[in-house]
Design a protein around this ligand. Structure first.
Ligand code: SF4
Ligand code: SF4
Length: 403
């Protein structure tokens, strides 16, 4: 009898002496827990240099760069080694991971059927399941269906925020007269872009603070009713009290809805207790995290870079697949979307693709491009950028050069 895909993965690992796990996210940690009894897992591999040296359940994280040079030095020892790739952005990572020279690489997502679930550190098994579903769908789409699958689209629902972080990577600190985005406009844009995609794993409703848009509950209602979207995530700073009655009637499907809550501390995220109690009561999944891993990526600054430098900046940018919907346009990242809204970069049609464009043009834009013109004005978000103190507040909007 044929093994289930998950059992097949376990039996593949039996054929190897050493196992490497690409990705130190929830999926990578979950996999380490499943394989820990075999004692074969050598390390996690991470594109993000900042995670190097971290540990999980006794397994250390090596940066891609470090591992690449150490493996090159001792080539003979990696013949019976297996690399299991757990990254959702598989199109970016697959070839790069293959260059490590480990004898075989397999994508975790193709083996995720009938797998065991468990909590991973502070993440509940529900959230682990959600993360593994994203890995499964992205790997299936990339390797089998070859359709147009996007992991996520950030939908800008407001320029307003109840906070003004001077280094906000969504550039909220620059808006002088921030406004909400019209609900019907948002709905039309989402419908139009979805008509060009085969599947979208996640719509992320972002701002600013999405709950400052009074139509947010209707927008949630619309988004959670979409068949070709697996999940809808609200990104909130917990400064705004949730309206229980409106939330109750807002979602057509609470299983599709989740909250990503940044906890900025008692003084700022003062509604966190209310938000938490309500989400618990309604059994809506949420994840609370501290403002971590901030880098200096909120400056709009014209940097004179060569073509080669621009290509490298884009290649190494962890924000380049944060597709963002704004003004009937799909952008590669929130920086480009907001810098364009603010006229902080010269207008250039290569910064985006119109949602009304045909599927081929959209495929080409979300695929393997060299960079976008907005990258000239951005410090970038590479994995090795130093961290900064998060969430320093500015009283007044920050001034910038307008084009
Ligand atoms: S980083 Fe700060 S300013 Fe930006 S959206 Fe979040 S809370 Fe608002
Ligand atoms: S470097 Fe380019 S892709 Fe990356 S965040 Fe900046 S503008 Fe966006």
């Amino acid at each position: 009898m044929k093994n289930s895909p998950w059992k097949e993965l376990i039996s593949i690992t039996d054929d190897f002496d050493e196992v490497y796990i690409y990705g130190f996210g929830i999926a990578g940690k979950w996999l380490q827990l499943q394989l820990s009894s075999s004692n074969k897992v050598i390390c996690f591999v991470e594109s993000d240099d900042k995670k190097a040296g971290h540990q999980f359940n006794g397994t250390i994280v090596n940066s891609y760069k470090e591992l690449s040079s150490s493996l090159k030095k001792k080539k003979t020892s990696i013949n019976k080694s297996l690399l299991i790739n757990t990254c959702v952005d598989i199109n970016d990572i697959w070839d790069k991971a293959g260059d490590l020279g480990i004898s075989k690489q397999i994508p975790l997502g193709l083996y995720l059927n009938d797998f065991p679930l468990c909590d991973v550190s502070e993440e509940t098994s529900d959230f682990v399941n959600y993360t593994l579903a994203a890995v499964k769908e992205s790997h299936k789409s990339y390797f089998i269906e070859k359709g147009l699958f996007l992991r996520s689209i950030d939908v800008l629902v407001t320029e307003r925020c109840s906070m003004k972080c001077q280094d906000c990577s969504n550039l909220m600190q620059y808006y002088e007269k921030p406004k909400n985005i019209d609900r019907s406009r948002i709905i039309n844009e989402i419908q139009e872009i979805l008509s060009k995609l085969d599947h979208l794993f996640e719509i992320r409703l972002i701002g600013g603070e999405p709950f400052l848009n009074p139509d947010i509950y209707e927008i949630i209602n619309f988004a959670t009713g979409l068949e070709s979207v697996s999940y809808v995530v609200l990104y909130t700073n917990a400064t705004v009290k949730l309206d229980k009655d409106r939330l109750l009637t807002s979602s057509r499907n609470f299983n599709k809805l989740s909250f990503s809550i940044t906890d900025y501390g008692e003084k700022l995220s003062r509604q966190l207790p209310q938000v938490k109690v309500l989400l618990d009561e309604l059994q809506i999944t949420y994840r609370i995290h501290l403002p971590e891993w901030w880098t200096d990526s909120g400056s709009i600054i014209n940097i004179n870079r060569t073509e080669q430098e621009l290509k490298e900046l884009f290649q190494n940018c962890c924000g380049k697949n944060l597709f963002t919907l704004s003004d009937n346009k799909l952008y590669r990242c929130p920086f480009a979307a907001n810098a364009d809204r603010l006229n902080g970069v010269p207008h250039d049609t290569d910064n985006y693709v119109l949602v009304s464009e045909d599927r081929e043009k959209i495929i080409s834009y979300v695929g393997d491009i060299d960079y976008i013109p907005a990258c000239r004005f951005c410090k970038g978000r590479s994995w090795d950028t130093p961290q900064i103190v998060p969430a320093i507040q500015t009283r007044k909007p920050i001034t910038y050069k307008k084009y």
